[in-house]
Design a protein around this ligand. Structure first.
Ligand code: ATR
Length: 288
């Protein structure tokens, strides 16, 4: 019997629209690695049996990404997690070794910071506003609290305020959250005074005319960062661009977190030519 191909993939529900297979399969091709990256749509009741299978000696799965809604719940199924993933209580990358031991990492936070470096945005002393308090905010916020270039203030608005409170409370066990303020309305974000506005909500996703933000609050001295990448320019980013603000969509975060996941699986840094090809595939689709 021929040995099944080394397999990587993404678990979550739903995962059908993920761009991760496009990215990672392009990477395997460029790296001449005989591996395949698959979608694993796993429902909540299937999570435990999925991890049981994963531990079997004959499993050909050696790495996983984790997405909504399992970034926190997978932790209970792992043997160890990295210090940052522990502090953020969020795992988006799993490395499985030859002994079928599972180690979790979070590359969303470091990926976000790597994208900020590319955008030449230094967080030191900056005023930051965040929309949303889901899994993406958790990783972004943890990285912003742990970075030596400490922001002056971080304001968070979430439709469900208690979720923001729980998130900040969770993080407070591992880091200083004294400069974070949860605000009850969007107006209280003081967007007109901030240097960086981050949208982590799904508002605008596949809805090119939707945004929660009044465009008149946006200004040219700010970076507006939307984690949504479908469409590439959301209404929020369009309004920001029209005001002369610098803008970034979610493809950069997708790219950097994916590269960092690949590096965890490969155990080494990827050559920059390969990174450039992967970025191009993400930005422009597959080149045949
Ligand atoms: P992710 O891991 O991508 O952050 P998530 O954990 O499901 O995804 O979080 C989604 C975020 O989008 C939440 O902050 C959610 O607000 P609630 O906590 O109130 O649910 C926000 N969100 C989704 N749809 C929204 C809408 N129509 N208006 C405002 N916020 C919305």
């Amino acid at each position: 019997m021929t040995k099944a191909k080394t397999t990587y993939g993404i678990i979550g529900y739903p995962v059908a629209h993920s761009l991760s297979p496009l990215m990672h399969n392009a990477a395997f091709k460029e790296l001449r690695v005989k591996a395949v990256y698959k979608l694993f749509p796993v429902q909540a009741e299937e999570l435990e049996p999925f991890f049981k299978e994963l531990r079997k000696k004959d499993s050909n799965i050696f790495g996983l990404n984790v997405t909504v809604p399992y970034k926190e719940s997978v932790i209970a199924h792992l043997d160890s997690i990295s210090p940052f993933a522990k502090k953020a209580m969020s795992v988006n990358t799993i490395v499985i070794d030859e002994d079928r031991k599972l180690r979790g990492y979070n590359t969303d936070g470091p990926g976000f910071l790597a994208h900020l470096v590319e955008l030449e945005f230094n967080t030191r002393g900056k005023r930051i506003a965040i929309l949303g308090a889901g899994g993406t905010t958790r990783a972004i916020l943890a990285s912003l609290c742990l970075i030596p270039e400490k922001p002056e203030s971080i304001r968070i608005y979430n439709r469900t305020e208690e979720k923001a409170q729980k998130l900040v409370n969770d993080l407070s066990a591992h880091m200083d959250v004294g400069h974070i303020k949860i605000v009850p309305t969007i107006d209280d974000l003081n967007i007109e005074l901030c240097d960086l506005l981050i949208n982590t909500t799904s508002v605008g996703l596949n809805a090119p005319n939707e945004t929660m933000i009044d465009g008149d609050l946006l200004h040219q001295d700010m970076l507006v960062y939307d984690v949504v990448y479908e469409p590439r320019e959301t209404m929020l980013l369009k309004l920001a661009r029209e005001k002369g603000a610098k803008t970034a969509n979610g493809l950069g975060l997708l790219f950097y977190q994916g590269i960092l996941s690949l590096q965890h699986w490969a155990g080494q840094e990827l050559p920059s030519e390969i990174k450039n090809i992967i970025r191009d595939v993400l930005e422009n689709g597959v080149q045949e």
